[in-house]
Write a protein that binds this ligand. Structure first.
Ligand SMILES: [Zn+2]
Length: 267
């Protein structure tokens, strides 16, 4: 299995996932289809080998290329979590496996409602490598906003992603890492952020998707550490009577503080 990130729009990532067995490929959130198509061609992937599309959620910057994909590549399945997704042909649900798309690649749909109620992450495994397409649920050192859900739902989503194997590579929907790390640095210890801070210091325009694992996120992502006593201690002065022994309350407070934009540290 090979996963190729393709930058689209301002800071979105589309992806091409290709089977190492039969060379077939799927697009993930190909907002700008001509750009992703061109990237596939330059990788030597023929149009016949482009066999489907995975959509993480209905927001336009993720699903806005679906109609164009359907007209460019007719009769290919377009997967997603709700009929709010344009050109949808196959609505998927939690734990559903899509094993007939790419030979040798097991694709598992993980429902992660909160950013949107129809949000699906896709776990990919070829038996050796594994990765997860996290859309706007999990970012490197951050989480998506709770547009259609509650903190307890994001907590459940993070718990689900956190339970994936340690070496699962994270492929997220946006390059938001710099801003995320500025917030995380105000909540976590320096040591926990060293790996990602070192990457950003070496190259402030670094591509950070496809670099970090779920094990890294458990360490450098405060939204994955809502039960961590050290995180709770850091948040105490902002708690205003909230019960931080409740991890969903910690999740809600983290999101509120990140949205406020005031809690930041220099990295
Ligand atoms: Zn979104």
């Amino acid at each position: 299995m090979k996963v190729h990130p393709v930058p689209v729009r301002d800071d979105n990532y589309a992806y091409i996932v290709q089977s190492s067995v039969d060379g077939k490929a799927v697009f993930v959130d190909p907002y700008d289809v001509p750009t992703v198509h061109k990237a596939a061609s330059s990788l030597g992937i023929s149009d016949d080998n482009i066999v489907g599309l995975l959509t993480t959620h209905h927001h336009h910057d993720h699903s806005g290329g679906n109609e164009k994909f359907a007209s460019t590549f007719p009769n290919r399945p377009i997967f997603g979590g709700s009929n709010q997704i344009p050109a949808l042909t196959n609505q998927v649900k939690d734990s559903q496996k899509l094993n007939d798309l790419l030979q040798g690649v097991e694709i598992t749909c993980l429902a992660t409602p909160c950013h949107t109620q129809d949000h699906i992450c896709y776990h990919l495994s070829d038996g050796g490598e594994n990765g997860v397409m996290t859309g706007d649920t999990l970012f490197i050192s951050g989480s998506g906003r709770f547009f259609e859900g509650q903190p307890h739902e994001m907590l459940a989503a993070m718990d689900k992603l956190s339970a994936l194997p340690d070496n699962t590579i994270v492929y997220c929907g946006h390059e938001y890492t710099k801003a995320n790390v500025a917030f995380s640095a105000a909540v976590l210890d320096k040591d926990d952020l060293k790996k990602v801070v070192d990457q950003l210091k070496a190259d402030s325009n670094a591509v950070t998707t496809g670099v970090y694992s779920i094990a890294d996120e458990r360490r450098h992502n405060p939204f994955m550490r809502c039960r961590d006593p050290a995180v709770k201690t850091k948040l105490t002065k902002y708690a205003e009577g909230k019960n931080l022994d409740d991890p969903a309350t910690v999740m809600g407070l983290l999101r509120q503080l990140k949205n406020d934009g005031t809690l930041k540290a220099n990295i």
